[in-house]
Design a protein around this ligand. Structure first.
Ligand SMILES: C[S@@+](CC[C@H](N)C(=O)[O-])C[C@H]1O[C@@H](n2cnc3c(N)ncnc32)[C@H](O)[C@@H]1O
Length: 465
């Protein structure tokens, strides 16, 4: 076995016979694997032909690593060998590596081979070819071939191409900073809008907020008269979350707390009905342009669940089992973008990033054990511990956190506690009053909550403009 430092020293000496003797197919497989894996960056002039006999090695890992090393050389002299290799290789990883190596040559001679692999059955191979061909996108034959892929059945390929086209059209540079990103409109800072959220949202400009955490009304779980039908309820939430998407900054998060609900039976001749809100909302959210990130399960202690299995407990007959529900869904989405989360982080200065670091112990799994909270004024609040985790994990200090269904103002309280700003909407005056009192405390000397009607909010924007 060769050591990494030995390999590094030998690489510096172009006349050394070391690699000629070491890179032979008959050598012990583990030694070959370790050598190929530890080669690192290859110096200019490295004898790439030493890898060629390894391309037919019986061990697919050795073949893959050999191809990878040829790729590092970015040398079109190996185009024929790699094209033949890709055409006959059965191992998926090795084939992908071969297309990547051909792409890295950035040679016009490689265009026909890369075009050929646009129809491959492995989406990763197609993506490798697409990436490589994008370098030659000014050529009309390449453009035509790539355009044809906009209808490709694989979503990753379609999305990759669409984002490339959009970037090109908007002249956007992926690494470029957006100075507006950490900033939110003054008119919305630490505000409770007392109104129907459907109306309030119409007044809020695009890309105003950084994070939404909300728990909407749970259909007609408490009152039959609110929504005409379950479909109408889902449509209502979809409208709100579409608007929320519009007012959210690029690549930022939306976290939805819901759970299946039971609507009690109308008479003894009927059974109660269960509605799977999180599952029914999910496809609607992804259609709007929210990209699914995580499914967190909030679990409560057993005592918190309504007992549903009293009957079953007695008779124990199959089909009659009903689980007591101790969990709620906390679904995490991100406003879809081709920019990485790193881009979002880079929009902040170093002090803000350092100050927003999540310190100490934190939950590492998606199972969050949190006790429920009761409130003397509001019947359905979520615990501040739940909101605290969401705010800390998905926003930076100074960000504007939105709750379209603000209730008792938990999101506002937690936002201020963690040096964020809040924007809440709530249609019931009793809850608005309670929230504004809770938020107007000497604890938060830096923030004075303002309650605004729709008219107030309109004039706020008018004045500031
Ligand atoms: C489940 S509660 C939210 C409770 C909140 N998370 C808390 O911790 O206090 C839902 C809230 O949405 C409010 N609401 C329902 N429909 C609304 C609408 N169209 N516009 C504004 N608020 C609405 C209800 O009055 C209720 O307070």
């Amino acid at each position: 076995m060769f050591t990494k430092s030995q390999i590094d020293v030998e690489k510096l000496n172009p006349d050394s016979p070391f690699f000629k003797n070491a890179l032979v197919p008959t050598r012990e497989e583990s030694t070959l694997l370790s050598l190929l894996d530890n080669l690192g960056k290859l110096p200019t002039g490295f004898r790439g032909e030493l890898f060629v006999p390894l391309l037919t090695h019986t061990n697919p890992k050795i073949r893959t690593l050999a191809v990878k090393n040829v790729g590092k050389l970015k040398d079109e002299r190996f185009l024929t060998e790699l094209s033949q290799f890709a055409a006959t290789e059965k191992n998926t990883f090795a084939r992908r590596e071969a297309i990547s190596a051909i792409g890295r040559m950035r040679s016009e001679k490689a265009i026909p081979t890369l075009m050929h692999y646009l129809t491959d059955t492995d989406p990763k191979v197609v993506l490798q070819s697409v990436r490589a061909l994008l370098y030659f996108k000014e050529k009309s034959e390449v453009q035509t071939a790539l355009d044809a892929l906009l209808e490709h059945p694989n979503e990753l390929i379609r999305e990759h191409l669409i984002s490339e086209i959009e970037d090109k059209r908007s002249g956007r540079q992926n690494g470029k900073k957006d100075p507006q990103h950490p900033i939110s409109p003054e008119a919305l800072k630490n505000v409770i809008v007392h109104a129907d959220v459907q109306e309030a949202l119409k007044l809020i400009p695009d890309e105003s907020i950084h994070l939404t955490f909300t728990s909407p009304p749970y259909y007609n779980a408490r009152d039959y008269t609110i929504y005409q039908s379950y479909e109408a309820y889902l449509d209502f939430l979809t409208t709100i979350f579409k608007e929320t998407h519009r007012i959210t900054k690029e690549g930022r998060f939306f976290v939805l707390n819901t759970s299946p609900v039971i609507v009690p039976r109308i008479s003894r001749a009927h059974s109660s009905k269960r509605y799977a809100i999180p599952y029914d909302m999910h496809p609607r959210l992804t259609d709007i342009g929210w990209e699914f990130i995580d499914d967190i399960v909030w679990t409560k202690p057993d005592y918190a669940a309504k007992n549903r299995n009293g009957g079953f407990f007695q008779h124990r007959k199959p089909l009659g089992y009903k689980a007591n529900s101790v969990t709620e869904s906390v679904m995490v989405y991100r406003k879809k973008t081709n920019r990485l989360i790193d881009w979002n982080i880079r929009q902040y200065d170093d002090e803000t990033i350092a100050a927003s670091r999540v310190t100490g112990e934190y939950e590492k799994t998606n199972l969050w054990h949190i006790n429920p909270t009761a409130n003397k004024v509001h019947p359905a609040v979520f615990p501040s511990e739940l909101a605290s985790r969401i705010v800390q994990f998905y926003s930076f200090k100074g960000d504007l956190v939105f709750d379209p269904f603000g209730g008792s103002g938990t999101v506002g309280y937690v936002a201020l506690t963690h040096d964020r700003l809040f924007l809440l909407c709530e249609k019931e005056m009793a809850y608005v009053e309670y929230a504004s009192q809770t938020l107007d405390t000497p604890l938060f000397t830096h923030a004075k909550p303002r309650v605004l009607s729709l008219t107030d909010l309109k004039s706020e924007f008018a004045e500031r403009n």
